[in-house]
Ligand binder design. Structure first.
Ligand code: PMP
Length: 398
């Protein structure tokens, strides 16, 4: 379909492309197709845009959010690994993939959901929501800047406050909710709209892209989504995508979950035991409790792989340098998880079968991590000396 005018930025949430990773596939010696669902191309820059939009729209429909009146309050932090390093934080203290940006964006936009004429007359002029994000002090300035640029108010909270203390960003958010008329906290860990939006958008988009790309001698395709490899934070993505693909498209599709060492989301539990308490820096995936929205049904997630920081960051570099994709750390985890899975028995069979379609979900881009040491050291790494001297030679006076 040729591009059309869309009503506002929320219309540019999701609908992301599936991009071939041919160079990586060649590097890994794969005969199957390796495809990436590139979520940083969503308007807010991450897969989390989808749930922010979905939770806000659902709350509007349920009458819990009233345009122009409600105040969306979101305790957010965005980093399990760092929080583990600051061990006073646990559980709910984490906002995977930084839903805050998506929330702030959705709140900034004047939402008009099929209003009746009377509602339209009464409400249409200024329907945005006030948005307050509570954020521990240690969270990066680039995240605060993006939130405030979108018009959200940011309340910083002491990093040392335990998650269940009144001073923590959770405690402060709850207090604000009690005190500010119209305050509401949407809960991504329990909100059914989290997995549901992936079942109704992310999954079908993957299916459509695969089904509508013809198989040719140069680019053979099974015509099906055969494998999906995806990190889990709240688990909304993997649960929803699995339901969509297995229910409506290919019940044999193999869903592979990626979980960092130190997190406990993987099944069977023995996979987690060896690294109990390990710390990790990759953001957006992994947890130290099981969120309600993550399916524990083995029929939904067929197998799990555990990943490490170093491998994930090395894989980010591959995605950047070989495929030109400026992704965040967890996308590296998805790729390094894939590399590991391809070494399993099931993985080897897929790897060696021409035309099978393996989809990696790359959840976000590098924007929120530009100042992180892991990225800067990778990006600014010195060029090999022969290249550097080649430039120096070229610049010498003739
Ligand atoms: N954000 C980032 C940065 C991620 O890497 C992931 C995992 N793919 C997600 C969000 C998905 O999280 P969830 O399991 O909460 O859907």
């Amino acid at each position: 379909m040729s591009p059309q005018i869309i009503d506002n930025a929320l219309g540019a949430v999701g609908n992301t492309p599936l991009i071939r990773l041919d160079k990586v596939a060649a590097q890994f010696g794969l005969k199957c197709n390796l495809l990436a669902k590139v979520e940083f191309l969503s308007v807010g820059g991450s897969i989390k845009d989808r749930i922010a939009k979905a939770m806000i729209e659902a709350a509007e429909k349920e009458g819990k959010l009233i345009p122009g009146q409600s105040v969306v309050i979101e305790p957010t932090s965005g980093n399990t690994g760092a929080l583990r390093c600051y061990s006073q934080f646990t559980e709910n203290d984490v906002d995977h993939g930084f839903t805050g940006i998506g929330m702030a964006m959705a709140c900034a936009i004047k939402v008009t959901l099929n209003p009746s004429f009377a509602e339209w007359m009464l409400n249409t002029i200024d329907k945005g929501y006030r948005c307050i994000i509570t954020l521990p002090n240690k969270m990066s300035l680039e995240k605060e800047a993006a939130l405030r640029a979108l018009g959200a108010e940011v309340v910083r909270t002491p990093t040392e406050a335990a998650w269940d203390s009144p001073e923590s960003h959770i405690g402060v958010a709850q207090k604000l909710k009690r005190k500010i008329p119209g305050g509401i906290i949407l809960d991504q860990y329990r909100n059914v709209n989290n997995p549901l939006i992936h079942e109704t958008t992310t999954g079908p988009e993957i299916i459509n892209a695969v089904v509508s790309t013809p198989s040719t001698p140069a680019r053979p395709s099974s015509g099906k989504v055969d494998v999906v490899i995806c990190g889990a934070g709240t688990g909304g993505t993997i649960t929803g995508v699995s339901r969509s693909i297995k229910k409506t498209h290919n019940k044999e599709c193999i869903m592979v979950g990626v979980d960092p060492k130190g997190s406990i989301l993987a099944l069977p539990d023995t996979l987690n035991a060896a690294d109990d308490g390990a710390q990790y820096v990759v953001e957006g995936i992994g947890y130290d409790f099981i969120p309600d929205v993550l399916s524990r049904d083995p029929a939904d997630v067929d197998s799990w792989v555990k990943t490490e920081d170093d491998e994930s960051f090395a894989a980010v570099r591959i995605l950047m340098r070989s495929e030109g994709l400026l992704v965040g750390g967890s996308s590296g985890s998805a790729l390094s998880g894939a590399e590991k899975w391809f070494k399993t028995e099931a993985g080897q069979r897929v790897a060696q079968t021409e035309g099978m379609n393996v989809v990696l979900i790359l959840a976000d881009g590098i924007r929120n991590y530009m100042s992180k040491p892991w990225f800067l050291s990778m990006a600014l790494e010195a060029e090999p000396s022969e290249l550097a001297s080649n430039i120096a030679d070229a610049l010498k006076d003739e």
